[in-house]
Design a protein around this ligand. Sequence first.
Ligand SMILES: [Zn+2]
Length: 259
Amino acid sequence: MVLIDTHTHLYLDDYKDDIQEVVNNAIQNNVEYFLLPNIDGSTINKMNALCKLYPERMFPMIGLHPTSVKDNYMQELLTIRHELLTNKYYGIGEIGIDLHWDKSFRKEQEFVLRYQLELAKEFNLPIAIHTRSSFEEAIEIVQEVKDENLRGVFHCFGGSYQQALDIIEMGFFLGIGGVITFKNSGLDKVIDHISLENIILESDAPYLTPSPHRGLRNESSYLTLIAQKIAESKEISIEEVARITTKNAVELFNIKIVE
Ligand SMILES: [Zn+2]
């Protein structure tokens, strides 16, 4: 069984003292490959340095996170464009709209999302979309600019059955993470009605730690808890969950793995 963590921020300082242990622990738990979404200009070098240490296992994405959209957003976008022209990236991420904490850059967030969707089209890369208190806003923009090549994942999906259908209708994946293990999240009930063909797995480490480790730092090794929860809820084997979600991730991000 091979699992792919399609969304993990292992380059953050949370792991600076024990990153090797964290990666080894993940691999021992069958979590063998990692997609690393960027946050902003301050994280690019750290992310790429880590990927260079694990060139066959770690795959970087490039993008400007909506909560990092500030006055200097145009400079940030030009940095991303420059990176795309000079380095290998496997996706545009993470991008999106976040209206949970700060709405003052709402217009700029929309502009930045649209700009990065155009980058995804231009460079033919999948997108990792972040939404928080902004699902309708974000999906409307993606639907509007989508062409037949644009593909991606709504990362950290925690929405309704109808929202799941809207994502699938566009040919996008649901990124399922720790939320599905939370009591009363209701996400397991939604996912019971969704085919595994539409799902990829993610930790979003160091955030969104699954039960029973809530309150602690998240790690990619905990991805097995998410796969196990989906397997139990759907009454299938964890190997089946791994097989299909791994195949989906390989196809979406166009990565090479050894099974
Ligand atoms: Zn993230």
